[in-house]
Write a protein that binds this ligand. Structure first.
Ligand SMILES: CC(C)(COP(=O)(O)OP(=O)(O)OC[C@H]1O[C@@H](n2cnc3c(N)ncnc32)[C@H](O)[C@@H]1OP(=O)(O)O)[C@@H](O)C(=O)NCCC(=O)NCCS
Length: 192
């Protein structure tokens, strides 16, 4: 699924392509994550908390299982026509058999490409991929969940538009750059 790139129009008239992310994309994904963290919007990390280099980042992704092709991971990315990475999103399933129907979603769009529809595109294709997936024994993802800062209205609006519901909050979960304590929201989608 999605290993062949699909060409799709963006809101500014340019065309982009969407495809499955592989191990070979780790270096570009590292650059993307660094740019998102530097922009300080919607993130929970500081730049010095990222892995020290692309190789370490690739190892972390591998260890997390993000490149498994057995139905554990659904990693997607969007590129511009000239091959620049615009955004990525993934669903990673929990490991225990009792929790295997649960997938945790993460998403990030390059600061220079935000507001162009990349996030919406990633969410639509990712959820479609997850919905249509069946393991060899017929099992599948039934619940997708994510956490989002309560002060991230753009992301919250996108998730609501995709059908996610607010399920709870971890109060005072993170300390923002200005020192204020910010809640973290749990949102979930039951996949039908
Ligand atoms: C949140 C994020 C993934 C959204 O992706 P995006 O490409 O910027 O968003 P899109 O252009 O696809 O817009 C999607 C929706 O977001 C909402 N949105 C967009 N811009 C917005 C703004 N300035 N204010 C509020 N909502 C906004 C709208 O509901 C929009 O819906 P529409 O498609 O009907 O217009 C992206 O901005 C991002 O990566 N931000 C930094 C990191 C982050 O917050 N990650 C999520 C952590 S939980």
């Amino acid at each position: 699924m999605h290993s062949k790139a699909l060409r799709v129009p963006l809101r500014d008239g340019r065309t982009c392509s969407i495809r499955r992310a592989t191990h070979a994309d780790a270096a570009a994904l590292y650059v993307l994550e660094r740019a998102i963290v530097q922009a300080r919007q919607g993130v929970v990390k500081h730049e010095d908390e990222l892995p020290p280099d692309a190789a370490a980042y690739a190892t972390d992704r591998e260890r997390a299982g993000l490149h498994k092709t057995d139905g554990t991971a659904f990693p997607l990315l969007v590129e511009s026509e000239d091959g620049a990475l615009l955004g990525e999103a993934s669903v990673l399933r929990l490991g225990y058999r009792m929790l295997r129907h649960v997938g945790v979603l993460g998403i990030g769009v390059h600061p220079a490409a935000q507001g162009l529809g990349v996030g919406r595109l990633l969410m639509q294709h990712l959820l479609e991929w997850v919905r249509s997936h069946r393991d060899t024994d017929g099992q599948r993802v039934l619940r997708v969940e994510l956490c989002v800062r309560a002060d991230n209205p753009r992301a919250i609006a996108l998730y609501r538009a995709m059908g996610f519901q607010h399920e709870g909050a971890r109060r005072a979960f993170l300390r923002a750059d200005d020192g204020a304590l910010v809640d973290d929201l749990l949102m979930g989608l039951l996949v039908t």
